[in-house]
Design a protein around this ligand. Sequence first.
Ligand code: ATP
Ligand code: MG
Length: 479
Amino acid sequence: MSQRVKVKQILQDEKTDYPVVVKGWIRSFRNNQFIALNDGSTNNNIQVVLDMDSVTPDLLKRLTTGAAISVSGQVIPSMGKGQRVEVKAIELEILGDCDPEKYPLQLKNRPSLEYLREIAHLRFRTNTFGAIFRLRHSLAFAVHKFFNERGFVYLHTPIITASDAEGAGEMFHVTSFDIKNPPLTESGEIDYKEDFFGRATNLTVSGQLEGELGAMAFGDIYTFGPTFRAENSNTARHLAEFWMIEPEMAFYDLEDNMNLAEAFIKSVIGYALENNKEDLEFLAQRLAEEEKQKPQQERSEMGLIEKLEFVLNNEFMRLTYTEAIDILKNSKPNKSKKFNYLIEDWGADLQSEHERYLVEKHFKKPVILTDYPKAIKAFYMKQNEDGKTVRAMDILFPGIGEIVGGSQREENYDKLVTRMQEMHLPVEEMSWYLDTRRFGTAPHAGFGLGFERLVLFVTGMGNIRDVIPFPRTPKSAEF
Ligand code: ATP
Ligand code: MG
């Protein structure tokens, strides 16, 4: 028997007139003769042509949308429109039936994205989610490729930790206690000494602190793993479980950091443009149709692929927080009180409406904001001479807002400890982190990029729940 060949391969190959075995799921069946077969290797289906005389009525009934079949036959040039080749079936076997009365993915009624989220276990079988998750795969591959080519070490930082990287709270606790009956100390508090790890632990919110330890030995490292935040933000940009890419580089200053981040984003977008053309074209079409439903002034000026090419071919706008505040203060939506949070004074934390104004209205391109007030940033960021700001950088993207958060790190032991004390962080518990500043400290920098925000941008989707296979969000952990 000939080997199974993937549909993508058959459609891609120049040759015809050879035997194949194809296996997949029926997308549609018409005229009792033509099966559109999909195997997930591409959004395009292969047309399987049945010899009508040899198909029994019983078999015909079982050729329903969603059924899994195996076909052995001959690849021949297609007479019909729409495809170059098709498979003339010689033998057909039903591997798994699919009851058309019960199968939710019928072609006739196009299901909404919201409904598909409820049946996320089946949504991979639609064209939209096929394209999204093949792209997600390619982007993940491109991430590793980018760093590998530059000699970065992929470091696996722990998922269960006892530290809160940001001091920001919002953590999921990890315990093996029976929560109805945990051991208590004499004073009546939960006695974590008795717990599995002998201390209170949680799921990581970031691998950065451990990443820094690696950078101070390997020079350049990156992490790419799941992170968890118990933040109750029910937005289209936040997940409780998301994947973060966190490079950390010794001997980098803020500018090196920005250069790397910009090159990195461009490189992975470029990889997708080169390797996922079909899927991107499909999603571009989808987005264009969605845009048509919107009022004229809300439609985006560029199509999906144009937008990706634009990012690839233009330098990101770089400016300081202070400059951004000036622009925002004097902006129309601020003066006419259209912002929900009005910008009055230097020091205000930027909300997503401000970030999006800068990117989408003012500069109309990706923006890197630097040198934020130290009061609104994490303890580990390098302090500037002015005593007010830190060497932070956030990258803001159209339609997304913040996609990257990073900084040069404070490498001076005394300054770092002072800042930790000011922010009431447990200095003793973090001596392992502070050791990097004690034993051969060096300037270093890094950033974190939320992988799903990148996938959102590249796929043109509007909700982060549609770019991760099984989203975890407040009140939802299905599947
Ligand atoms: P935001 O202001 O959007 O909540 P943040 O300042 O909390 O972001 P960081 O702590 O700097 O974000 O995390 C680094 C990156 O991780 C962000 O730039 C973003 O791309 C991503 N990210 C942060 N929180 C989430 C989340 N809940 N879901 C998905 N991605 C996230
Ligand atoms: Mg946040």
